[in-house]
Write a protein that binds this ligand. Structure first.
Ligand code: 2HA
Ligand code: ZN
Length: 272
């Protein structure tokens, strides 16, 4: 007898995190999407793995993820609504053996589909797993202040990273590898997935200009915390600019002391 999936830690956490992100104003309407990689064993406690509800073709090659299980937010679904009705707003899928489709095992109960950003998510999972076998989460949202900053600040990766590090003492410790940017590209395409995942090999944060942010991590908390930290720095930047601009910053020398104290390695060449 399978346990109730609505009470599983993964559905519960997805419900809580999407609600939190909605409350933070990062996920208006159907904005944002999350994919959480699951072990077969944890899924098997809740679902009959032989029972495929339907198979959905995908138009990119996910063979590297064949047989992998993911909990995924639904296409066109609102983060606002996940908690009150998970079965309609999220789904649990397995990548088919040929990598050309995904098998729905639970959820999307109104016949809906996994997020339109599946190419970016899957390609990012492949990229992250190649450098960090513990990575489980890809998270996308429209974090407001960071999004605003893409209109007012240089998108040069070194310049943007340095600015964020200089604004909040935590930043260097939380993302010592820095933050990446890609050009503006149409969302939902394989092209934006490729651009994002190329950057994901180097950083867990990738900015989509005039759109939002991608984050990666080993669990939901860590990934949320990563985005929360960079968004906090962008919020501080917004206030600082409104108060007349930066008249001080954390110096490179102090950033080096910080890195030493916390045992992190700042991205090579990013500090003077
Ligand atoms: O799912 O955020 O990037 C809606 C989006 C697309
Ligand atoms: Zn988006």
């Amino acid at each position: 007898m399978n346990k109730d999936i609505l009470k599983s830690p993964f559905v519960t956490e997805m419900s809580e995190i999407t609600q939190l992100m909605y409350q933070r104003n990062w996920d208006e309407r159907n904005g944002g999407n999350i994919t959480l990689l699951l072990n077969e064993n944890e899924v098997a406690e809740y679902l009959d793995l032989e029972n495929i509800v339907r198979t959905i073709p995908i138009d990119f090659d996910a063979k590297e993820l064949a047989g992998s299980y993911f909990l995924v937010t639904g296409s066109g679904k609102y983060f606002k609504n996940v908690q009150k009705d998970p079965a309609r707003n999220i789904g649990l899928i397995r990548v088919s053996d040929d990598g050309k489709g995904v098998e729905v095992l639970w959820g999307y109960e109104d016949g809906s589909l996994p997020t339109s950003e599946l190419p970016s998510h899957f390609q990012s999972h492949i990229a992250r797993l190649s450098v960090d076998p513990e990575n489980r989460v890809i998270m996308h949202c429209h974090a407001t202040h960071l999004l605003a900053m893409t209109f007012t600040h240089s998108l040069d990766e070194r310049e943007l990273t340095r600015k964020l590090w200089q604004l909040c003492t935590e930043c260097l410790v939380v993302f010592p590898e820095g933050i990446s940017t890609i050009p503006w590209i149409v969302p939902g395409t394989n092209e934006i997935g490729e651009a994002t995942s190329n950057k994901m090999k180097e950083t867990r944060l990738v900015v989509w200009p005039y759109h939002g942010i991608y984050g990666a991590g080993k669990d939901m908390d860590e990934t949320f915390g990563l985005i929360e930290t960079v968004e906090k720095a962008a919020e501080v930047y917004t206030y600082v600019q409104a108060q007349g601009g930066m008249k001080a910053k954390i110096s490179d020398e102090d950033l080096k002391k910080l890195a030493d104290r916390f045992g992190v390695k700042p991205r090579a060449g990013y500090l003077d």
